[in-house]
Design a protein around this ligand. Structure first.
Ligand code: ATP
Ligand code: MG
Length: 344
């Protein structure tokens, strides 16, 4: 992978004979945004083009971890498929499925829950952060245990790599722990679940228009499918500061840094360079440059997205096929789990 980095060795350094399997996914809570695009989507497309097998889970049950009810999950799921395709995912070779259509995933979660302690679940920093931003009336049991739920979504297909944003690293650690403990407890010397490795991109934490993690549910996102006027509007409303001279300082000036980073990612340059060029032309100039750069960079993707959006039946067909294939993989894994655990 060109610019990808991992917390463990990269794929090229120790690639096995068979192309590694990649599993990753998103919650159907809204349209994908630039955080997804630079944070993980580009990596997925690149890895698939390199010949890796790609599975994408649309984590619909995960939506009810931090809100009481899911808002139009099926519609959002179809739109995720649209964003994947527009970004360059090849639907013929990818398995794109929804969690709720694969019941074996929930059966896998049960033994997995027995392998982690309540204290471990309570320490997860991402769960704490998501509780802080939760739209739920009270913290539910699912919120508390969803890293385990996610471990089932990942381990059922025994992937080698999981391309994610930085916020997902604690969950990946839980997944790896569960795999290791399952093997120790039930494997009798064999590896039932290989430990998957996280794959971070060169933009593991893209900031939104308020200078915090760009998120679908925080009102700070620039959607991939937004049109050029909407993009201009969102960038114009971004939070900057009163210091007229533009500098790249993510700690002290997160809002300015967010815009510099988005521009730099599109142009394949460093944010410091962009800051130097803008200098005392100030935030208004920065916003103008950011808008123009984003709109230019995303023009082909957005044109493809408009074409693809005309055929909703195709999106549904891709999901139906993906659900069938994911069920077949999950049923095989569940049978193996039942067998090693001594069930019937
Ligand atoms: P929500 O607000 O509903 O949680 P989200 O914007 O956080 O939505 P998810 O569906 O939770 O998106 O995340 C999907 C994947 O995209 C994860 O791997 C996550 O790490 C990655 N991701 C999300 N936001 C960013 C970001 N701002 N920068 C880098 N990666 C991101
Ligand atoms: Mg999230």
């Amino acid at each position: 992978a060109r610019t990808a980095t991992t917390t463990a060795p990269t794929t090229t350094q120790d690639a096995p004979a068979v192309a590694p399997r990649i599993l990753t996914g998103d919650r159907p809570t809204g349209p994908l945004h630039l955080g997804h695009y630079f944070g993980t989507l580009r990596n997925r497309v690149r890895l698939q083009a390199d010949g890796h097998e790609l599975l994408l889970v649309i984590a619909d049950y995960q939506v009810i971890t931090d809100r009481d009810v899911a808002d139009r999950p099926a519609e959002h799921a179809e739109n995720l498929v649209l964003d994947y395709l527009a970004s360059g995912v090849d639907p013929e070779r990818a398995v794109i499925f929804t969690h709720s259509a694969v019941p074996a995933l929930n059966q896998l979660m049960l033994p997995f829950l027995s392998l982690v302690t309540v204290a471990e679940l309570g320490r997860n920093p991402t769960v704490k952060d998501e509780i802080a931003h939760s739209r739920q009336s009270a913290v539910s049991g699912l919120m508390f245990t969803y890293p385990v739920h996610q471990a089932a979504d990942i381990l059922f297909c025994k992937p080698d790599l999981v391309p994610v944003g930085q916020d997902q690293l604690p969950h990946l650690e839980t997944t790896r722990t569960i795999a290791r403990r399952f093997n120790d407890r039930y494997g009798r010397g064999t590896t039932v679940f290989p430990e998957p490795r996280p794959l971070l991109s060169d933009a593991p934490l893209v900031l939104g228009t308020d200078g915090t993690k760009m998120s679908k549910s925080r009102g700070n996102a620039i959607p991939l499918g937004a049109d050029e006027d909407r993009t201009a509007e969102l960038v114009r409303a971004a939070v900057t500061d009163t210091d007229r001279h533009i500098t790249y300082d993510p700690d002290a000036r997160p809002g300015v840094a967010a815009l510099l980073t988005l521009t730099a990612l599109c142009q394949g340059r460093r944010p410091e360079q962009i800051a130097e060029e803008i200098g005392s032309a100030g935030a208004a100039r920065l916003k103008q440059v950011t808008t123009e750069t984003l709109n230019e960079h995303l023009r082909p993707l957005r044109a493809r997205r408009v074409e693809l959006a005309a055929d909703r039946e195709q999106l549904r067909r891709i999901l139906r096929t993906g659900n069938e294939r994911a069920n077949a993989i999950a049923d095989t894994t569940l049978a193996e789990v039942r067998s090693v655990m001594g069930g019937s």
